[in-house]
Design a binder for this molecule. Sequence first.
Ligand code: 13P
Length: 333
Amino acid sequence: MDKQFLADEAKKLTINSKGILAIDESTGTCGGRFEKLGVENTEENRRKYREMLVTAPNIEKYLGGFILVPETALQKTTDGKMFTEVLTEKGISIGINAYTGYSVFNEVGGLKEQVTEGLADLPERMAKYKSEGAVFSKWREQVQISDNLPTEAFLVEGAKRLTEYAKICQANNVVPIIEPEILIDGNHTLEKCYEVTVHNLNILFTTLKDADIYLPGAILKPSMVIAGKECATQATVEEVAEWTLKALKENVPADIGGIVFLSGGQTEEQATDHLRAMHKMDTNLPWPLSFSYGRAIQYPALKIWASNMENVALAQAALLQMAENNSNANEGK
Ligand code: 13P
């Protein structure tokens, strides 16, 4: 493990108010989004859509990294240039999503807790991703809140898997993005989300430390502390910012390489407003704090592109605007 390289790459990813764009939806998730907008989920349509994203002019002003699925990392533009080459020429770091799917861990009160799969052959795949240009990677464990969930056993298993993944990344000199997502689905309160977030972060960082994961060469990708979508009482922007910062400041070691949020089903406006409020609230945070949104940056561009695939320039302008809004939010603007 080259610690200096890992720490430098982690820093580069969040420097100058830049964020990371997640375009690593699985074929199934991508298909779900395409179908709602009348686009057929073929490999060629996924390639065309992602070509529009990857080649967006000036996107490097606001984004330091793109997270790809393995399929995208091997695709080319219509002119025959590898997407990874296009990104590298813009100075954008390449990340490749490392997990292969989910499986049922247990079932409580009719709800299933699902763990993330893909560890068995990960050492070989990570070495391959590295050779394809990856400087960072991503692994997501998703935690549901309900009357009976999450279970302690599930949180422990999720932390173990994130840690094992991070170890494999760092052994290959790839920066791990460690993503413990608390899902926004459900009617739980903001206080409940805070409680689960804090408990999960504690289990996670104890497990990472016990395994000697090099924190300056790793990035945490958390969800914000927010009430469930079905909760009757929704918090204000300032409350979400305040509780999220409290959870992170009290539980994330100061030497982590950076923290980048997922948007997790928030609207584009919410995701940007919450990030801006956090930066306004505290200008002296212990770690770089940025974004690694998927939906909250892509969706306006996807809608334009899906309505007419020839509308590439218009879709790219929408993408650029969303990336700029979030980069400005990182400066409290
Ligand atoms: P969203 O911002 O759409 O939640 O996507 C980010 C991500 O990478 C989820 O795994």
